[in-house]
Design a protein around this ligand. Structure first.
Ligand SMILES: Cc1cc2nc3c(=O)[nH]c(=O)nc-3n(C[C@H](O)[C@H](O)[C@H](O)COP(=O)(O)O)c2cc1C
Length: 162
């Protein structure tokens, strides 16, 4: 038996969770809304300050002895090294008795408020390289997660070490 759990504030991680759940022929379940019954549990998180969000962090602690497929979305990055760092920091929150059987992370679009903040910063400091780079990243995240990200997730899940 398998279950897919997720935490999602703006829908990005939920989108991925539903793709995985459809492939596993189960229902995606929001963290806190359902009991963990399966031995193999997929957990989807959104990135909050470089690590999984708070609800996921609490949930991970409860997964004693489970096999865990961990997936997430992050607003920044687009680099595998950035994603690997988030996944590593998140994995470290699991109890030692849990086994990570696979991982996946991709970019996820950010709230329009983030763009407005960058625009404000650019008004204060026109041409600021760091802010321009952040704006570029914001634009790069807009089309994610998409169908290709969903396919990447399914590929990672199909390669599980379970
Ligand atoms: C409070 C807050 C903090 C965030 N911190 C990060 C971060 O440290 N790194 C990152 O890459 N994205 C960060 N993001 C962006 C989200 O992780 C990203 O947009 C994610 O795809 C949102 O997923 P959701 O739609 O499932 O909620 C942050 C977003 C919010 C609202």
């Amino acid at each position: 038996m398998r279950q897919v759990f997720y935490s999602s504030k703006t829908g990005n991680t939920k989108y991925l969770a539903e793709i995985l759940a459809a492939s596993w022929q189960v229902k995606a379940e929001e963290i806190g809304q359902a009991e963990v019954k399966a031995e193999l549990v997929a957990v989807g998180f959104w990135t909050d300050r470089g690590v999984a969000d708070g609800a996921t962090r609490e949930f991970l602690k409860t997964l004693e002895g489970k096999q865990v497929f961990l997936f997430g979305t992050a607003g920044f990055g687009g680099s595998e090294a950035y994603f690997a760092n988030i996944l590593e920091r998140t994995m470290a929150l699991l109890p030692p008795s849990a086994t990570v059987v696979g991982t996946f992370c991709c970019q996820g679009r950010m709230d329009a408020a983030v763009k407005r903040r960058y625009e404000q910063l650019l008004k204060e400091k026109p041409g600021d390289e760091t802010v321009l780079q952040m704006m570029k990243n914001y634009e790069a995240a807009l089309p994610h997660p998409n169908v290709a990200d969903g396919a990447g997730l399914l590929l990672a899940a199909s390669q599980m070490e379970a």
